[in-house]
Write a protein that binds this ligand. Sequence first.
Ligand code: PGA
Length: 243
Amino acid sequence: MTKWVVGNWKMHGGAAMAGELVRAVAAAAAQSRAEVVVCPPYVLLSHVAQLVSGSAVKLGAQDCHPQAEGAHTGDVSAPMLKEAGCRYVIVGHSERRSAYGESDGLVRHKAAIAQSEGLTPIICVGETLAQREQGVAEALVGQQVRDSIPEGKGNFLLAYEPVWAIGSGKTPTVDDIEQMHRHIVSVASERTGRAPEAMAVLYGGSVKAANAASIMAAAAVSGVLVGGASLKADEFCGIIAAA
Ligand code: PGA
């Protein structure tokens, strides 16, 4: 079974940093069977596309607009990402859901247009700390999964990212991760009519080299979506080695 290691650089990095980081990541990816993906900011996509060319590393973007083109100042479309060399695009990251009020419906449209361009959307879901403490995490995440997956037969990955674990150094226990991933697989399988084995759910939130192996050893974890640690070559390469 494929394991994914996806690095989300968020709003970090420049051309010089990308050169050094991608060289190290490409060397680690060459030693690994994992599907390794880096998601730099938009303005670095073409540069990083050249850096990863000929290597095992794939390119992804951090977001896209739900339409193919139009008068949308400041936005970037899925066809543009495709042309820049992307294979993947993250949609519905909690930072976009909270900072820009992105709804499940919007996320579903973004995922759908990505699919129609032949990109694989990485659809992010996850509960806040308050929701976990209220005992509604499974219900909430299940609803996000149901409402964020597009109709049709297109490929997608899901990423479970508890909001309280992102950038905080805190992670759920491996048992909690496994339980939520099983729930997500079952909801996604029911929603799409596809076999549970066809559903891949990545975990994200404070993944680092030291905890990656134990998280990825969980049966329902198909890989990891990494923020902060994806900017440090030794950390990200350690995660790739653990996959
Ligand atoms: P983090 O971010 O690894 O820095 O916690 C994860 C994410 O937001 O995808």
